[in-house]
Write a protein that binds this ligand. Sequence first.
Ligand code: FES
Ligand SMILES: [Fe+2]
Length: 428
Amino acid sequence: MLEQERNDLLMDVDAGTPMGDLLRRYWMPIGAATEFDDKDTKPMVLMGEKLVLYKDLSGSYGLIDRHCSHRHADLSYGFVEECGLRCNYHGWLFKEDGECIGQPYEDTVDPECKLREQSGINGYPVEEKSGLLWAYMGPLPAPLIPNYEPFTWKNGFAQIVMTELPCNWFQCQENSCDPVHFEWMHANWSVRLRDVGEDYVPTHVELDFEEFDHGISYKRVREDTDKNHPLWTIGRHCLWPNALYTGDHFEWRVPIDNETTLSIGWFFNRVPNDKEPYVQESVPHWFGPLYEEDSDRWISTHVMNQDFIAWVGQGARSDRTKEHLGRSDRGIAMIRKRFLDDIKAIERGEDPKAIVRDEKDNQCIKFPLIGSDLMINGYPREMLSEDSPISRSTRQFIFQAGQPPHVTKAYEDAMGFITDKGGLTGGG
Ligand code: FES
Ligand SMILES: [Fe+2]
């Protein structure tokens, strides 16, 4: 149980709040490069700030305040130039750091005027990496975007899935260090969704949590596994500060505001050996729906959709003053403690956990992963296309409902086989 004040401290992300300032020290994935194949501006709210993300005619990205400093028109309706984004109301032009570099009428009638110098707006660095667009909203100099091992893998098909969730980011992230929910929310719920007569899956009998440089690993023994099983020897990883990293995908929980979260996932499938070498031209993106068609019930057929039901079900802002933590929640307590400690670290002028500043350390950020053999060496097509434990996540997209047909088709072309359709059946 947490005091109300501490609960709010962990959830609030506006600029100037302790957690808002802490999270601004990290690069956040905020979109997909392919979103800009057919548009050049995207209105966004990030950590409570109203912004516009754009790609200018030179191909550079910018993330600047949504409202023009002249008379506050919405810059997401502006138009891009060779350098920067121009307001569509009176033509003021802003570049990616927020500097105002053009005020057509003022520049004409009074070229010496100092108005431009007073008209800058906020502008934040944006970079593209592995098909994702990343933003950094903290103090400069910015650290590096962590080059996690999957971003270095070859011969794979990646896709990006985004969904806006009506709840605070922190309860989503607590789920990244919650092993027992796999048994109930994914495996057993799926059992019940299939057939009430089926037995429940083997239960958890032991858990462990270990902090490492880039997060917290959780390890488990179930009735059907022992301490030689990779779920114990390797485990899975809650990645710092706001992601889950299971080996074949990342799920980030990016705060939009104090009651809304952008779930953004990056998913990787290694193509079968006979399709190599395979080079993906661009990483497709799509937006995952939340509701069943013509219904106000939430989709429950896919892994992350099930998670969403839990997170949003906790309320727009989970009330931790009323919770009852048990021994399964040790990872949750570790996450909270580390954030609270890091708030103090930045007050002392130190970097918080998992900031990467040295290029040498960022060649390839690697730690043990369940299933990395498949990702690094690839497998024959039969193992990925026919019924097997490995093919569970290769024969169909199990993580979120709503994969559009053009992405399914691109995936099938890459893999060289036709996928199953229909959703999830398990959990682990
Ligand atoms: S409001 Fe943007 S140029 Fe006038
Ligand atoms: Fe989950």
